[in-house]
Ligand binder design. Sequence first.
Ligand code: FEO
Ligand code: CA
Ligand code: CA
Ligand code: CA
Length: 569
Amino acid sequence: TSAKAQSASRFAFTPIGIQTDYQIHVPDGYQHGLLVSWGDPLFDGVPAFDHATGGAVADSDKVFGENTDGMETYVMGDSTIMAVNNEYVNPDINLPHTEDGTPQSADDVLKLQNLQGVTVMEIAEGANGWAPVVGSRFNRRLHHNAPMAIEGPAAGHALMQTADDPEGTRVLGTMGNCGAGKTPWGTYLTCEENFNGYFGATDGIKVDEITQAGYDRYGVIAEGRYGYERFDPRFDISRNPNEPHRFGWVVEIDPTNPDSTPVKRTALGRFKHENAEVTLAPDGRVVVYLGDDERGEFLYRFVSDAPYVPGEDTSDLLNDGTLYVAKFHDDQTGEWLALTPETTGMDPAEMLIFVRQAASKLGATTMDRPEWIAVNPYAVEAYCCLTNNKNRGLKANAGGDETPVGGPNPREANKFGQIVRWYPSDDDHAADGFSWDLYVMAGNPETQDGAYRGSANVTKGNMFNSPDGMAFDSSGLLWIQTDGDYSNEGEFAGMGNNQQLAGDPVTGEIARFLTAPYGAEVTGLCWSADRRTMFVGIQHPGGHWPGKEGDLPRSSVITVKRQDGGLVG
Ligand code: FEO
Ligand code: CA
Ligand code: CA
Ligand code: CA
């Protein structure tokens, strides 16, 4: 049989067409259900969601949060526990009593703070499908005021200290929780992405040069996006200029221990973290791949000093190690450049707090917005979604590098995105060298010419733009989720709503599996332990999905199963 015929049998589904409606669509032979929606109770005594109010502030830390994103499942005895990010809020929807979502009170701010962060919940499958186990001892909401520890080389540094935390080792909250990761020792990594928008200044910004340069490079400005600073002084950089330094980290959480304190792992660097893809080098050292999702920023890799040894203490594995940044060469080779005090000339803590500037010093390759990274479980290779870059040349932030076309970012106006793949030297994810290629360049072969047609594996039948979420299943299929233009018009005609596709890593073939409701992006993907249920995140849906006319739209985690009960993926 030809490679094409073999790959056709690789997908256990018939690809579906595009959609432009307000529903979920999956292939024939599959069914979808709803696991949980924003505002659903997680604790006893909490009333069902109220569409008139968007829920009471008093209950807002006892319900499933808004705008679901990265997630993972864990098994503890007979229990399935899900950790899932609640990335951000849509205040105009969450605060229906306000005109445009601008908080009018400290209670409004508290409600928004409570609806974000991370949800840990037990889930179970019953006669009516999967649902949260209300009142389970595992249920937690790790919102913007949840106590956390700070560890690693930046912990305790003067730039991390505040009036509330003079030691610089304790912080309240995690925010901008985008993608996720899972360690081999069973913990959850939540990734703080767009933290900068939560801070604002009520009385101007008066900081030293180093702090101002950091604000500039990370986009911390006087005009807060959510208005927190007007009611919560912690987010007012006129009063607390160091508070933003305490966000933009990867946070490790033990979902199976409800008494555990989450830990911010500063050795993994401070930037707009997308996800944290964990794998092991042949010698057992822990390798974490990390993308910084901003136009013209970089791709990173952490390698632990010590190997992971099952059964031994893992509490310092993500504290002690080296962070690297990727440099791609046009001849399809590349190298990981070590960020150290010697190579950057920076203090070890400052280097991690301002790792964007440190990476610029090394001449790292500016990227077209690195989103999720996925490591193939059956081949020594990794993939990263470079979602798009429509404004090449316009710097996202002051102090950023020039962003020339080149390497894995080959298109001037990158409207559609691409997925870069790299092959570590010596089949070792900890090696310093790699070679690379593009797994796919998204495009539109129907309306576009040249490079904008997309690579050969993009066809009229599988067109998409802006790949973002991405994960391998345990069978070795690569699942791709999109967060792009869903107008279905012009250069995006024929792509329809955001979607989830499956990719064959060997043949490159890509097939559409699921379409989202109009307005939503598809983000967050994991499976039940038996892989008979796939969990998919639907973020910022439009219309009134998943409810009826007049309902508020609610971000939700859905389930996808085969009607014959078979494996999904
Ligand atoms: Fe939260 Fe870059 O997506
Ligand atoms: Ca994303
Ligand atoms: Ca995105
Ligand atoms: Ca998003």
